[in-house]
Design a protein around this ligand. Sequence first.
Ligand code: NOJ
Length: 813
Amino acid sequence: MRYGHFDESNKEYVVTRPDTPAPWCNYLGSVEYGAIISNNAAGYSFVKSGASGRIIRFRFNSASNDQPGRYIYLRDNSDGDYWSGSWQPVCKDLDTYGSECRHGTAYTVIKSQYRNIETSTAYFVPMDKYYEVWQLKIKNTGLSARELSLFGMVEFTNHDHYENDTVNLQYSQFISKTYFKGDHILQVINENGSEASSDVEGSCDVMGEPGCRFFGVAGAEVSAFDGERDAFLGAYRTYGNPKAVEKGKCSNTPAYNCNSCGALQIDLTLKPGEEREIVFLLGAGNEEVASQVINSYKAALSGGSDLAGLQLNELKTLWHSRLENLQISTPDRNFDNMVNMWNAYQCFITFLWSRAASFQYCGLRNGLGYRDTVQDIQGIIHLDCNLARERLSLMLSAQVSNGGGLPLVKFNHIPGKEVTPDESEYSKKTGQSFYRADDALWLFPTVMTYIKESGQWNFIDEVIPYADKGEASVYAHLKQAIQFNLDRQGSHGFPAGLFADWNDCLRLGTKGESMFVAFQLYYALSIFKDFAQRKDEPEDAAWAGSHMSRLDNAFENYAWEDDQYVRGFTEAGYTIGSKNNKEANIWLNPQTWSVISGAAGGEKARLALDQVYNKLNTKYGAMLFYPAFKEFGLPVARMILFNEGTKENAGIFSQPQGWLILAETMVGNGNRAYEYFNEINPAAMNEHAEIRYLEPYVHGQATEGVDTLNHGRSHVHWLTGTASTVMVSIVNGILGLQPQYEGININPCIPSSWSSFTIKKIFRGKLLDIQVDNSAGMEKGVKHLIVNGKTIAGCYVDYSELAERNSILVVMG
Ligand code: NOJ
């Protein structure tokens, strides 16, 4: 069943049926002021942190799963009939109520048509601003004049901190007041002085400023208000039938010791054909800030200028220009859609918000997870090198001087001054007490990709502090990351799995060994060896090479079983992922990473990937392993806690699908890589939303495997490393865009049925206008290139060949 479609030319997804299986969301704003909004206007907003800067409420996991939000009610005063500008919360019968939601780049427009009244509300956070705009256009499309009342409404939190607001009611109910200020409701929290932020827990020596929020309107007079939620809704009512709307009159009740809200009533008459624009404004700030903001829109509206419209266009221009750096046109529109817009946009959103704020993450992880963040960077390098470098430097500065990564990098991270997981204080501050084995190893592909995309080889020598003490060049940071794993090994000579490797449920400890980390380490060594050779450091290159040879032998002797790699070894010597095991006897990640790392080539790579295809693949992607853990409880394999077929217990975890696609392209299987991509392509599930549930334009964290009641249902939208792994697999693997130190390889690995396609890529500021000719029906293999008229054998273009604009023909064969 479909609920909408893609509008490629406007870079929007259009929801045409509002009763989507789950809320289908979008992100607004920046890390300074962020917001998430569903196709029914539900969601929340926050300043800086989803956990401790929450300004409006959203009820996670509530019955409708989609309330409350940013609501505009409309009432026909001739007969009292009322509806809302978004289908929820009033939910008029869809036979008489028309609805459309357009999710675009950092904005969402929700339209309604009901009884000859049309509304269109654009929700967005203007660039570099700390408030949000709901730009409402309302039009009477009928033949008679209409007497209407509008009610803009939002439920404020009483406390910035999400948990305090939700559960600590004996406190949070009694600190908030609201005032009506003519054109806005002002909420004041801790009017007599707020809790001071202090290093001494519970210290109250210095009082901070009160916290203020506002909800205001420009373009119309306010005729009545409510600042108290229950006065607006009425007792024993819901958002679907607020008393104020039913009666047609807000009660002018401010809040004092109860739940605050901003509800503003506007009465207006609309002549036939008449259209009005009204702008609601919501933000954090005191009366002065509120007035400044509201007055700027009032002035624009009365002067006839479209400030909100201009701001919206500014946002579109910024976002579209970011996406312009890679645009493709292939025979598959769903594929193009993801690359040109949605997967790229999701990479940016995940990069910006990490795992902080969604309809599943409520923001309580107050910092950046090391592995997630370093991987997220990879998803945007080809689109915004500078942003990538900035975050990469931050993450290098969150590496401990022993080489490991800080599991959680606090938002107020201070390089050189942080405590580490070796100290109990770190656990007190972050709730994390141990090192992960894989964290710093993600730096290798990320640093390499950054250097090759940007051409900034000198980054390798940049001196960056460690998190706890000292400083070193990026090169030395990387060497130390390798040392961290070499210092922590088990009896087969593979790295220990420590608190976890990529798989959060595998707790292999200081002696149990992880093959995932072993392959990551192998890959890290090969990248480092390459760096060492380029820097003319032969001893380092030999050191890396000797560890690679040692690992090669260990892989051969202990990790390879006929046609597959095992997943690891427990401290007691049990082999995880052995084909002799009753449960979990074939795992996805060691097979793909054996190929990605370069450790497995030729026959072994082919056999390992065939095992995946034959034993793990489903029509919705490959399962993480199979069969699920059910009876065999391994203390180190905590995924048994999940129902079979779910998440890490034989679910189809989405992030590793990107590695699978990449691995297949590395061995030249374009058809299979594309088949895997299609199985997990959200856009390909647009017609089957009732199965997938999640937004058909974004990847989710996991899809249910074959053992569940809902095979194919995806969970945990938006903020997932899948965005970056799939992006990398497409850009680097399928499209074959592989920047090198002094040039670029263009070496696609595609379905043989694609006879041609085009790519526009900006590479170090130069335009590459690429046309791929695959009339030979290949999956991989480039005969020659024609670069600006010059024929070059193979797939490599040296940078010296490139002009500002380049026409490149890639002839496969
Ligand atoms: C979710 C985490 O964010 C990701 O880093 C991890 O690798 C997966 N869980 C798998 O356990």
